[in-house]
Design a protein around this ligand. Sequence first.
Ligand SMILES: Nc1ncnc2c1ncn2[C@@H]1O[C@H](COP(=O)(O)OP(=O)(O)OP(=O)(O)O)[C@@H](O)[C@H]1O
Ligand SMILES: [Mg+2]
Length: 399
Amino acid sequence: MRSPDQRLTSEAKVTAQSMLLDPSNASTNPVENWRACFPEIIGRSPAMIAALETAAKVARSDSSVLIMGESGSGKELFASAIHRLSHRSPQPYIPLNCAAIPENLLESELFGHERGAFTGADKRRIGKFEAASKGTLFLDEIGDMPLALQSKLLRVLQDKKFAPLGGNDLKEADVRVIAATHMNLEAAVQRKSFREDLFYRLNVLPVFVPSLRERSEDIPQMLEHFTEITNSNHSAPSVSFFTDAAIRMLCKYSWPGNVRQLQNLVERMVVLKGGGAISIDDIPSDIIRSIEGQKEQAIVSTGADFQPNFQQASSAMPLAIGGRKQIAIPDQFGVLPEAGIDLTSFIEGLENGLILQALERTNNNRNQAAKLLGLNRTTLVERIKKRRLAVLNEPSKEL
Ligand SMILES: Nc1ncnc2c1ncn2[C@@H]1O[C@H](COP(=O)(O)OP(=O)(O)OP(=O)(O)O)[C@@H](O)[C@H]1O
Ligand SMILES: [Mg+2]
């Protein structure tokens, strides 16, 4: 397994580590400080700098990390960077995508098996926990882990011991776990598809990777970065570059597939152009239509974003009444985004927005709000409590 260290210059790593160990080594500019720790992660928008700062701090601890963010936003990149900055960096970094392994093989993938443990187990095989010994195990798409295995994982994280399938001897699990998900795990806990105790065990140090939509300032640099890479990988007669007008246009797009979508689009456009200026006319028509659709969207006032929003869903940041911003309905509302969607979170976000509006319109009278929403009062109150939609001690204005 190639260590993420190898992708970076040792100079960057030394700078980052010395700065983390002794903050007096850092320059006085906090943006440059956090940027210096993560040369492989592009972006200097406030949302990205905040995420980098959290990641750098998290790297110093040995507790479990839960990285949350939309698909293609860079969760895997953050996971490997956190390992690289941690004291475990000389040891292995072992990634495992829980969604990519069939359910019946995942347990053996994690803990290994002894010879004869099951039909077809003709020799002993070590699992990822053993392979990651003293290092970091990255459990990607943790929200897709089957419930039965979630219990086993929890036990290993608590006892710091595991037994391979078909074996009785317990082995030490000296492993730091970094998990990642594009799902709203709190919502998954509520609908009982994710164990609450495992959620809290993993969510000791949460890291939110912002979507590209939340940091469109970073788009020009991203376009330049991926154009440079594609230019150097494809030997066209002349290099390609985006015109300023094309860059401005792409900054207005909502990028439902985040950085992965941008990276793929740049590669496609650069290769198809084969050199020279890439202008607005070269941008695929579905993207132009989507940008134009956005402009025509009505601006509505709502308390919750229609997109699943991990930060809003976090228990650290409960949704609150008041102080709401004006937001446009996303252009892809009602249209399944290319990258797919967490339907449950999406519907929940939509419901939360309507509940908040009903509470505000009725001055927090839960009887009247329930009538406005066609719900009975008990159902509404339950939902408010469960989703922490109102300040708990705020009395209802019913007479
Ligand atoms: N800030 C960034 N700077 C440079 N490259 C990035 C950045 N964020 C993401 N990428 C690149 O975008 C691609 C997708 O990133 P990554 O695989 O880390 O996303 P992810 O959040 O794990 O996606 P998924 O949820 O689909 O697994 C990768 O090729 C990654 O290197
Ligand atoms: Mg990933």
